[in-house]
Design a protein around this ligand. Structure first.
Ligand code: BGC
Ligand code: BGC
Length: 610
């Protein structure tokens, strides 16, 4: 809990008065403008001033061209200036998904995805990662991060498993709240280099059931996030209230205690009712019982899924307790519909002043009214050495050693010959995964960083010969002492990554088989957003390593491979033996060991190499 000193009390009092004064002067149109969030691709600065828009976002891959830190800064500042030119000069809140670093920006430091941070079990590290992320964001004038994702994923087939820290709600609570403290910098919230956190997606997004995702037939695939591929993402969480609270709610309680003042609502439903229309969970539970005084933002076009009648979508979501709507494109329609609903009395005006009061309060707390870009961290912090060193530390601590026969790890750095194979071994895009530069991530040199192959090169002695081939074809090679095979899941984000079968593909199986006979000892490194089915392939290699989706700094991997550091990562998810074990029953049963399932590796597993 934050101790209240007299300055704090005074700030609170001042903010309350400032908000009340502003509210008393605002027209309905100006208030609705504050509740509207539009994607950058759909607005010009003049629209921001004309409509008094409260927020603009860059969805995944909504980048300026060319995508440079400088252009990001200019894009955001251009829109911000337009907001300051409005009658009341209310600054704009610009939001992004900086979910593993400021990850849309070419040149930013890309940290491991949350699954890797979960393996570190280190709240202090997670807090520092979030702090550096906030610093890089602030350098571009962006002060709102749609993070941390505090989902508690219960089914590995979900394409957002890697966005969750763990299947264990306690771990998610500890690391999620550390992340909030990092972004907002505790008592310094509002000073340069700090940004607003937005825990998401409230609530039960990680508990949906396979096969329950429904397409809203009145929306086209472009309009709705969920297209035909989605199987569990945005689905229905079919559990009792007791289990909803026990598994999925606690991370929000911790995040609110840590100071979270915005929360994003989940696309998913709870027992058939869309969260975006769930007054009991939004207003009664979150704002009432839990005393949440910040504001609630919708997810991407999510209210459109409530009903075929857009008027009902707007009325139901605002009355349920949503304060800001991520429209994200057809904002004229949203604005006029909400205006009409208020004029007809279908949305009470008190609901509007409550929503706008909450948004303005947070804008004051974030210091938006005073912040000047000149006082913020300089653009040079983007991808700076210090930040990359922290990312490397996070990678190193996230590495989970699953098998280590014949003391294969640590490898000897003065080894004579070494084989490195796999399409992901020299590929920043595949190493980073989804939500990197583009929404779905990318392939190849999408942003500067160090690949695994480059990290090996930097580590081994000058006398070592490295043989590399992405496909493991080494026709002229005699036997070498050590081989490293890197297998990967192709990048994905959200429901695009929903996968019924997590077995290795033929290409990966062939790759391992091709390299196996060439080396005395083989280590397999996995770039993956979740545990994969590897039981049959495990005997083929002496060492198996889960490196998750590490981001740009693969030297964190070689520091463990070559013994500068002993591995400390522990599995954040239970590792199943076969698909029949997925989903692994309920978390509580697995934890108590009363589920009669023996997984390949239990939650918390991780060897140390000695
Ligand atoms: C995702 C959110 C994200 C938003 C904005 C949605 O599709 O579910 O996690 O914050 O897009 O990019
Ligand atoms: C956006 C993402 C969003 C997704 C949902 C993309 O175009 O860039 O941020 O989450 O659409 O469909």
């Amino acid at each position: 809990m934050v101790k209240e000193n007299s300055k704090n009390r005074q700030d609170k009092w001042t903010i309350k008065n400032q908000v009340a004064t502003l509210l008393s002067r605002m027209t309905l149109e100006e208030m609705i403008g504050q509740m509207t969030q539009v994607d950058q691709r759909a607005v010009e600065p003049s629209d921001v001033s004309r409509l008094s828009l409260g927020s603009v976002l860059s969805g995944g891959g909504s980048n300026p061209l060319p995508n440079t830190p400088k252009n990001w800064r200019e894009m955001v500042l251009g829109l911000q200036e337009a907001a300051l030119m409005t009658r009341h000069g209310i600054p704009l809140l610009y939001g992004v998904d900086a979910v593993h670093g400021h990850s849309n920006v070419v040149g930013a430091t890309i940290f491991p995805h949350n699954i890797g941070l979960g393996a570190t079990r280190d709240p202090d590290l997670v807090e520092r990662v979030a702090r550096f992320t906030a610093v890089e964001m602030s350098a571009t004038g962006v002060y709102w991060n749609f993070a941390p994702c505090v989902a508690v994923p219960q089914d590995l087939r979900w394409g957002r498993t890697y966005e969750g820290f763990s299947e264990n709600p306690e771990q998610v609570s500890v690391l999620g709240s550390a992340y909030v403290r990092g972004l907002q910098n505790r008592d310094h919230f509002g000073s340069p280099g700090t940004v607003l956190a937005c825990p998401k997606h409230y609530v039960g997004d990680g508990g949906t059931r396979w096969g329950t995702t429904k397409q809203a037939e009145w929306l086209s695939n472009i309009e709705q996030a969920a297209d035909y591929r989605y199987k569990i993402d945005q689905g229905d969480t079919q559990i009792s209230e007791e289990r909803l609270r026990a598994i999925h709610l606690n991370p929000y309680i911790s995040a609110i205690k840590a100071g979270a003042s915005s929360i994003m609502i989940s696309f998913s439903s709870w027992n058939g009712v869309k969260l975006h229309a769930h007054k009991r969970l939004l207003t009664d539970l979150l704002k009432g019982e839990l005393g949440f005084s910040g504001f609630l933002v919708s997810d991407w076009g999510a209210i459109d899924q409530i009903s075929a009648d857009y008027y009902q979508c707007v009325v139901a979501s605002i009355n349920a307790g949503l304060d800001m709507i991520m429209v994200p494109f057809k904002y004229q329609r949203f604005i006029s519909t909400l205006e009409q609903a208020v004029n007809r009395g279908d949305v009470p005006i008190d609901r509007i002043t409550d929503a706008v009061g909450r948004i303005l309060t947070v804008k004051y707390q974030l210091g938006l009214f005073e912040r000047r870009i000149d006082n913020e961290p300089k653009p040079e912090v983007m991808g700076s050495t210090g930040h990359r060193l922290l990312a490397r530390e996070a990678v190193r601590k996230s590495i989970v050693l699953l098998k280590n026969d014949q003391k294969t790890i640590p490898l000897d750095r003065s080894i004579g010959n070494i084989v490195v194979a796999g399409p992901a071994a020299d590929n920043i895009g595949l190493q980073c995964g989804g939500w990197t530069i583009e929404w779905q991530g990318g392939n190849g040199d999408i942003t500067p960083g160090t690949t695994l192959l480059e990290a090996v090169r930097k580590t081994v002695s000058p006398g070592t010969t490295i043989y590399f081939d992405p496909h493991g074809n080494f026709p002229d090679l005699d036997r070498v002492d050590v081989g490293i095979v890197c297998i990967h899941e192709p990048p994905y984000a959200e429901g695009v990554g929903d996968r019924a079968d997590l077995s290795l593909g033929l290409e990966e199986i062939d790759l391992i088989e091709r390299v196996r006979p060439l080396c005395n000892r083989l280590a397999v490194i996995m770039f993956t957003g979740r545990p994969l089915i590897i039981k049959e392939q495990m005997p083929q290699a002496e060492a198996w390593i889960a490196a998750w989706l590490p981001g740009t700094e693969a030297q964190g991997i070689t520091e463990v491979l070559f013994g500068d550091h002993t591995p400390v990562g522990k599995l954040p998810y239970t590792w199943p033996e076969s698909m029949t074990q997925v989903p692994l029953g309920s978390f509580e049963l697995v934890k108590k060991g009363t589920d009669n399932i023996t997984p390949l590796f239990p939650l918390g597993f991780g060897l140390e190499a000695h």
